[in-house]
Design a binder for this molecule. Structure first.
Ligand code: DAH
Length: 356
């Protein structure tokens, strides 16, 4: 019977997986009221011979159980330690990182090529004493046409057929008093009017901004693009002032000497008016597809401010005179970077934009 008990206890010890299970086993058999303890107590009632034999056996069993408990407890403690270290190791392995490794580069956005060019142009003109100014993209007929001597029947004002003006369908609330229908400005010349209405000469201003025309788009036409408008008004401004300034501008912009030539032209707001060509940057004037083999590229309109314009803004044309010009900025940028399609600027194509 004692042997069977020993077997059972040893089996229980083997099975135990937690230290407190071992505690319970100890209490159950060897505690104050443990089965084996009670058995020891009952020995005193046995006859001496039997007591000796059973007593020895019980002691042996007690010893074995104690040893088994001790051994198992050590085993459990060791495996617990191992668990702990292995989980710390796992954690460390997972969390390890190389602090000496080079960091990941953030992808930063950058400015649009037209914005870069706009800033560059303003910078060059500022160095020549011109102040950058702005005007609204939604204009009224007065500032965009009337004040500039563009008559009511001028084809440019037409929304259909020959005209390219985009009129707004409905009256929208705008801060300033409007004169005539609202439209998207078709040129930056309207900024000249806005500026001269509020300022007295002498002045030199530059306005770079978006303009809108109902064009059929192709490689050289877009429905919106940029113009650079310049205006210099003083008592004694001449065409040679204009030539000198614009020649210097192109030299700084293209970073090489550029030839210019003036051809007579017509604009309602200037007299005389001219078209300005520059020697082709792409082929250095030798002839290529960009300049259609002429060696020259038409880049801007210009002229001496028409007396009618001064009168519209209540400046006396007897005292003041000046020159004005309008450059197609997209074209200028296309020349500088040898871009052959204006639509690329407005496509949002990152393969194109990332090159700048
Ligand atoms: N506004 C003209 C256009 O859109 C360009 C222009 C020509 C502007 C002559 C001027 C100028 O200031 O004097 O085509």
């Amino acid at each position: 019977m004692l042997k069977q008990l020993q077997k059972n206890i040893i089996a229980e010890i083997e099975k135990a997986s937690e230290l407190d299970e071992l505690d319970k086993i100890y209490k159950r058999y060897l505690g104050r009221n443990g089965e084996l303890t009670l058995f020891f107590r009952s020995l005193k009632d046995l006859p001496e011979e039997e007591r000796k034999i059973k007593g020895r056996l019980a002691n042996e069993i007690k010893e074995k159980i104690k040893n088994a408990l001790e051994e198992k407890s050590k085993k459990l403690q060791d495996s617990k330690k191992e668990d702990l270290t292995s989980s710390t190791e796992g954690k460390l392995k997972k969390e390890w990182f190389d602090i000496t490794a080079p960091g990941e580069k953030f992808k930063l956005g950058h400015l649009h090529p037209l914005t870069l060019i706009k800033r560059e142009i303003i910078d060059i003109f500022q160095h020549m004493g011109f102040s950058p100014v702005e005007g609204p993209e939604i204009e009224d007929e007065w500032h965009n046409f009337d004040a500039l001597n563009i008559q009511k029947d001028h084809p440019a004002r037409d929304a259909l057929s020959l005209g390219k003006t985009l009129y707004l369908k409905e009256e929208i609330p705008v801060k300033q008093k409007t004169k005539g229908k609202l439209l998207l400005r078709t040129h930056t010349s309207s900024v000249q009017i806005r500026y001269m209405e509020k300022n007295n000469p002498p002045f030199k201003i530059i306005a770079v901004g978006k303009i809108f025309r109902a064009e059929a788009t192709d490689a050289s036409h877009e429905i919106n693009f940029y113009q650079v408008e310049g205006l210099m008004v003083d008592e004694n401004v001449s065409v040679s002032n204009f030539k000198a300034i614009i020649q210097e501008f192109f030299k700084r912009f293209f970073k090489k000497p550029v030839k210019i030539r003036l051809r007579p032209s017509y604009f309602p707001f200037t007299e005389p008016s001219f078209e300005v060509d520059i020697s082709c940057i792409v082929c250095q004037g030798k002839g290529c597809s960009v300049c259609k083999n002429t060696g020259w590229v038409e880049i801007m309109g210009a002229g001496m401010v028409h007396p009618y314009v001064f009168n519209s803004v209540k400046l006396n044309p007897k005292f003041w005179n000046g020159f004005a010009f309008g450059i197609g900025m997209d074209r200028l940028t296309m020349m500088k970077y040898k871009i052959n399609d204006i639509r690329l600027f407005y496509s949002g194509d990152l393969r194109f934009l990332n090159q700048f």
